[in-house]
Design a protein around this ligand. Structure first.
Ligand SMILES: Nc1nc2c(ncn2[C@@H]2O[C@H](COP(=O)(O)OP(=O)(O)OP(=O)(O)O)[C@@H](O)[C@H]2O)c(=O)[nH]1
Ligand SMILES: [Mg+2]
Length: 230
């Protein structure tokens, strides 16, 4: 698959100065024609500066001001993208960019939503595995109670979508989103009926972050618990 001109990779960032340059170089060199949209939440490190120094026709930066939020940043990115397909991924290399061709192919072959599902998680301590297992269990239960689609990794932050489908699904369910939360995919699927969407999956190994610090904290867990009820 030689040309990535119909694809925008959306990269939400919060102080990813230690990762963003190498990720952008990888994407631009590896995937000809690809569009990259960095959605930065007023990082206080070099993130925005680095993106600006590389910005051009295919690399854009959205600088958000005011209230931070990963889910809100993803929504802003999907709205601002101008290609038929989008892929959302973290900016710390936990989501291997080598998977992009496979996800993109699933979208081009007709999927509305193509989810990269964690088959193995490397480097997490026992308590983080336990929290993740519990959160997945609750999210799966919530989707099953409301008759929504079931997927293998509902807490994945690595997925692609047909942009028009994603925009429609967001617009018809704005109240189900927790803007400061971390689980966009879960919020999205809470408003989707199984027969109305074609979902496909691709497995991957979730590694440790390459550099920099994790941004997730207890507040995000509380927001996730709240999101189970909206
Ligand atoms: N725009 C924006 N990006 C965010 C925000 N919080 C986190 N991010 C980015 O979202 C991605 C996921 O955040 P991480 O801190 O890596 O969360 P995580 O992967 O669950 O945690 P670790 O496994 O510890 O890395 C990274 O690219 C962050 O820079 C936010 O509030 N706004
Ligand atoms: Mg991470």
């Amino acid at each position: 698959m030689g040309d990535y001109g119909n694809l925008t990779v959306i990269l939400p960032t919060l102080n990813e100065g230690a990762n963003i340059a190498s990720l952008l170089d990888f994407l631009i060199a590896g995937y000809p024609g690809i569009h990259v949209l960095v959605v930065d939440d007023a990082s206080t490190d070099s993130t925005a500066r680095t993106v600006k120094s590389k910005a051009g026709k295919n690399l854009k930066l959205i600088e958000r001001r005011g209230k931070r939020g990963l889910t809100a940043s993803i929504i802003d990115g999907i709205k601002a993208a101008q290609t038929p397909f989008v892929i959302v991924m973290d900016s710390d290399f936990q989501h291997p960019p080598e998977k992009i061709p496979e996800i993109y192919k699933l979208l081009r072959d007709g999927s509305d939503l193509a989810i990269a599902c964690r088959e193995e998680v490397k480097g997490w301590p026992a308590h983080r595995r336990l929290i993740s297992w519990g959160a997945s269990f609750l999210a799966d239960a919530r989707l099953s109670i409301c008759g929504c689609p079931k997927v293998s990794d509902i807490l994945s932050g690595y997925f692609g979508a047909k942009r028009e489908w994603a925009l429609k699904s967001i617009a018809s369910n704005t109240k189900r989103f927790e803007p400061q939360g971390y689980k966009f995919l879960f919020d999205l699927l809470k408003g989707v009926k199984p027969g109305s969407v074609k979902i496909s999956e691709a497995g991957y190994v979730f590694g440790g972050r390459k550099a920099g610090n994790s941004k997730i904290g207890p507040g995000h867990m509380l927001r996730f618990l709240h999101s189970l009820f909206i």
